[in-house]
Design a protein around this ligand. Sequence first.
Ligand code: FES
Length: 118
Amino acid sequence: MAWEAVADLDQLEEGDMMVVEMKGEPICVVRLYEDEAVAVHNTCTHQQQPLNEGYLQEDDTLICPAHNSCFDLRTGEPRGVPAVSPIPVYACKIEDDAIWVDPEQQLNDAEIPHKPFH
Ligand code: FES
């Protein structure tokens, strides 16, 4: 386990997102609610665009800004085309007035999405 505090709670308001690099991967941390935050890989599985530039929806999904793929932020599953593969979801918690992520605990079996030239 490798929990790391990525932000103080007052740095990330409800509905806000931020990107942190952990273990060489860009991870998008989203504060969904007062008491819940989630962490997903920041790379869309369609054409590898950054998801933190997308739009958070009221049903806790995130829309990719490039071609509107929609991802469930708790399961990583795509909710509609063009993306057909899930994004990795990582362990994330709110504790001691901070948001914590453990990039070594991936909660689903999604492959790490990389740009084609990687
Ligand atoms: S890159 Fe995200 S929908 Fe195309």
